[in-house]
Write a protein that binds this ligand. Structure first.
Ligand code: URQ
Ligand code: ZN
Length: 590
């Protein structure tokens, strides 16, 4: 795998600040040489010619890492009616630096039938020319072909990709079905990578959209109505189930609702290797905007899953982020101008999806998370930087201020405030979903690869100076557990004497003769992975409840609320009946 080469950046001393990592804060100076943190300590001397950044009274934090951007999204990537996003790799990464974010993970999304490797090369060529900060790529699996397995393996072993996204929404475009997810998760796991999902039930959304349009709802509120919370929660649970079946670690992108967050939290409580990502939009805004009388305002908020209409969801998601039910944050920055959004002026399904957040993510999370008292500055660093570096496996190169790490650093003023506006932001999009929000927490200075790129409200960036970060597979954050589970959870077959009795039909010559021999084969095959062998059962008649005298106990029931039946072990059963149900037998059979 190619090495990341470091520019010979000049020397910078960040003096007098409070270093804040995910685990602790301490007073120290930080010396940067050639783009790397070379010393951390008290009263460090500035080498000749070094630039000194005064951080007295300020926090010195690892640069933000945005786990989720779309800076090269195009018409053929999803449903974007032949148009490209306005915040591209150049404008987007400039704005990121102005907001205190020093690394992004963008989405490379091949269309159906397209090669993942070819699309990856297109993404790399475009990004390498334009990015002003470091970046990595997630690649999407949008279909399953003969070469998909091979391409995933190559992306992992040679191209530095360790995360693969699947869309459960966008039917007839990039949506994948459960069987593709199952195959993809298996393959991703075999390669030591991370599966990611956009969790919404695309089939149901499609039906809802038709129904709403037929009933005359054509405005942006229809977007919200077509994708209610349970549509997100169901898909989240389904993805987690498939990840669990394949023992593949899973990262759920843009968790937007309370119920989807609950599904992630509950899976984590059960010990599943799941990570959840809320985004700036979901933490800082809500879906009441879809009902705004001004079409352009409502359309400016259209994204999927949608913002939720109640005003409690943002605080709920922030609580989940604070208590580690959710782990890392992105922006899902995918911006279209109002003019572009207006292709859907008469039909909400045609409004290109996506909003801003790349520049404002850090301030919004500080305001709603730290200033509100829900999390401390260390947790802020964890959810805006460190956890992403661990999950996507480039920690401690990034995500921490320590000797040897890349010098991606932000001097953060926790007391200062700024008011977010489309008129002052550095993004190209002509709308800002956080318009008018006053945020405590302002990035005063941003240092990217050892170079001061944002200071005194001014950017000093070079197009194409950012580097692609190759991410190795088998991130310990996920695979320490996954690998061990593979070892200890191997299916164990039951050793037993071969059956030597008669096999039906006793005499042979019967037109159904194939059936019993198939049954005998089934009995020989080992149980499926994860299957726990039931306690030996004596079979149906004996398993019926009996009194001490050996008579059938008519008061006891063999009915189980779990739906379990006494003949569950019989793979041949093709009719279901409740054996001795409470209240007496029924003659009804299914
Ligand atoms: O769904 C996505 O990730 C893209 C296509 C647009 N972003 C969004 O609507 N959240
Ligand atoms: Zn996205």
């Amino acid at each position: 795998m190619p090495e990341n080469t470091m520019e010979n950046a000049s020397c910078v001393l960040v003096k007098g600040g409070t270093v804040c990592n995910a685990d602790r804060t301490f007073e120290a100076d930080v010396l940067i040489e050639d783009g790397i943190i070379s010393q951390i300590g008290s009263d460090l001397n500035a080498p000749d010619g070094a630039k000194v950044v005064d951080a007295a009274g300020k926090l010195v934090i690892p640069g933000g890492i945005d786990t989720h951007t779309h800076l090269n999204a195009h018409s053929d990537d999803a449903n974007f009616a032949n148009m490209a996003v306005v915040d591209d790799f150049f404008v987007g990464t400039k704005a990121a630096l102005a907001g205190g974010t020093t690394m992004i993970l963008d989405h490379c999304v091949p269309g159906r039938g397209q090669s993942m490797l070819e699309k990856y090369e297109i993404w790399r060529n475009t990004a390498d020319e334009m990015v002003c900060c470091d970046y990595s790529l997630h690649v999407a699996v949008t279909w399953w072909g003969d070469k998909t397995k091979e391409e995933i393996a190559t992306l992992c072993s040679e191209k530095g990709v360790n995360s693969f996204k699947m869309y459960m929404a966008y039917k007839d475009s990039i949506m994948v079905t459960d069987d593709v997810m199952y195959k993809a998760f298996n393959c991703i796991k075999e390669n030591g990578a991370l599966a990611m999902v956009h969790a919404e039930n695309g089939d149901v959304i499609e039906c809802n959209c038709k129904k709403l349009l037929n009933s005359g709802v054509t405005g942006p509120e229809g977007h919200l109505m077509s994708r209610p919370e349970e549509v997100e929660a169901e898909a989240t649970g389904r993805a987690i189930m498939i990840a669990n079946q394949t023992n593949c670690p899973l990262y759920v992108v843009h968790v937007m609702s309370k119920s989807a967050a609950d599904v992630v939290a509950s899976a984590r409580k059960q010990g599943k290797v799941i990570f959840g990502e809320p985004i700036a939009a979901g933490l800082g805004s809500d879906g009441s905007h879809y009902f705004n009388k001004e079409w352009r305002h409502a359309a400016g908020h259209v994204m999927s899953p949608p913002l939720r209409p109640d005003n409690e969801t943002p605080a709920y998601l922030m609580d989940m982020l604070a208590n580690n039910s959710l782990q890392a944050t992105g922006s899902d920055n995918c911006t279209f101008t109002i003019e572009q959004k207006a292709v859907g002026k008469d039909d909400f399904t045609k409004i290109p999806n996506g909003t801003n957040g790349l520049e404002d993510r850090m301030s919004v999370i500080w305001e709603k998370g730290v200033h509100s008292g829900k999390m401390d500055p260390c947790r802020f660093v964890a959810v805006t930087s460190t956890n992403a570096a661990k999950i996507f496996n480039f920690y401690p190169k990034k995500g921490v201020i320590q000797v040897g790490a890349d010098a991606d650093i932000v001097v953060w003023d926790a007391e200062a405030t700024r008011t977010i506006s489309k008129d002052t932001h550095h993004q190209a999009v002509d709308f800002n979903i956080f318009e008018g929000m006053e945020c405590h927490g302002v990035p005063l200075v941003t240092i990217s690869r050892g170079k001061v790129v944002w200071e005194n409200g001014e950017l000093n960036v070079t197009k194409g100076s950012g580097k692609y970060i190759y991410n190795p597979v088998h991130a310990p954050e996920a695979y320490a557990r996954i690998a061990q589970r593979d070892k200890v959870n191997q299916p164990v077959k039951v050793d037993r004497e071969p059956y030597t009795g008669q096999v039906w039909p006793a005499g042979g010559d019967n037109k159904n003769a194939a059936e019993p021999s198939k049954k005998a084969e089934q009995a020989k095959s080992p149980p499926a992975a994860g299957f726990k062998a039931p306690a030996p059962s004596s079979g149906l008649p004996e398993s019926r409840p009996q009194t001490k005298r050996g008579h059938r106990d008519l008061h006891a029931s063999s009915f189980s609320l779990s739906g379990q039946q006494t003949d569950d072990a019989d793979g041949h059963r093709n009719a279901y009946k409740v054996v001795a149900p409470p209240g007496g037998r029924s003659s009804i059979q299914f």
